[in-house]
Design a protein around this ligand. Sequence first.
Ligand code: NAD
Length: 326
Amino acid sequence: MKILITGAAGFIGMNLCQKLLHRGDQLVAVDNLNSYYDPSLKQARLGQIEASSKGSWEFHKLDISDPEALLTLVKSHPDIAVIVHLAAQAGVRYALTDPFAYARSNLLGQVAVLELVRHLPRLRRLVYASSSSVYGGNQKLPFAESDPVTHPISLYAATKGAGELLAESYSHLFQTPMVGLRFFTVYGPWGRPDMAPWLFSQAIRTGQPIRLFNHGKQSRDFTYIDDIIQGVVAAIDQPSLPDGLLHRLYNLGNNRPVELMRFIAILENCFGKKAIIDPQPMQPGDVASTWADIGRSQAELGYHPMTSIEDGLRQFTDWFQNHVSA
Ligand SMILES: NC(=O)c1ccc[n+]([C@@H]2O[C@H](COP(=O)([O-])OP(=O)(O)OC[C@H]3O[C@@H](n4cnc5c(N)ncnc54)[C@H](O)[C@@H]3O)[C@@H](O)[C@H]2O)c1
């Protein structure tokens, strides 16, 4: 099956490309390799994909907020059957520095990718990344797909929520099945340097203090990368959406939230070293807790996260120590 993947050089993109190539799919992959974090990590991920590709993938350095460039690309691949759209400006805090990066990639880029459905006669479905952040200040736990998501508390969340609404309208207008996946704090080897597993590991390793927001009174439904990839592949392969729907949202989380202090204790164990904690007030845009209700994705996608936080962090820290000492 030919699949277009955006954000292929990203954390989730790389892991997905490897999985799909391994099972024999043909990939057309794009990424603009921007410098939100060190582009050499993105280049290294592309090297990993290349090593497992056996020639059945092609990579294009391309910005999804350039609709003409995207259109030119897909015109030479009219047999694309599935789009997996992962490219986005990620991260909650960076929106206070560069809000327009979010508008370009997550709004204009989302429309440019959705527009492709008009030009791909054999397209079976479009799967795109949303985020647990759309639940915003939701007080009801765990977060279910049927909960209202009208109170985003960060610009990132607002653009991800807008992406869902844009997909809703395009699926209706062009009768194309679409699936939005709300990922919950994904971690694992080849992860992102702006996220807690990497930042905390780096601090423990080098004896620097960990800046712990809301004085550590936070919990996250950390979800291991292999479990997330199982969910994304299930969304690609799902034969049809239930009840004749054209657009469906699924939480991909772990359903086991972890208090940040426990998270740090597990990392201390992995490194055999104590962390230095620097308690800080709550950051604007952050939420205190996330917790995924995964009943719908279990029932309709057969999604079953298997990885405990202890095993997942061991995998991550083993990779991390090799990576930083390479
Ligand atoms: N990792 C998580 O915990 C998490 C949680 C919720 C949602 N998500 C979503 O999942 C998706 C993948 O996240 P990730 O963690 O792999 O992030 P990532 O930043 O590692 O990957 C995103 C990739 O998209 C590329 N990109 C960004 N803007 C682009 C543009 N305009 N044109 C082309 N390429 C562009 C980046 O260069 C990057 O390689 C994103 O949509 C993100 O919002 C991730």
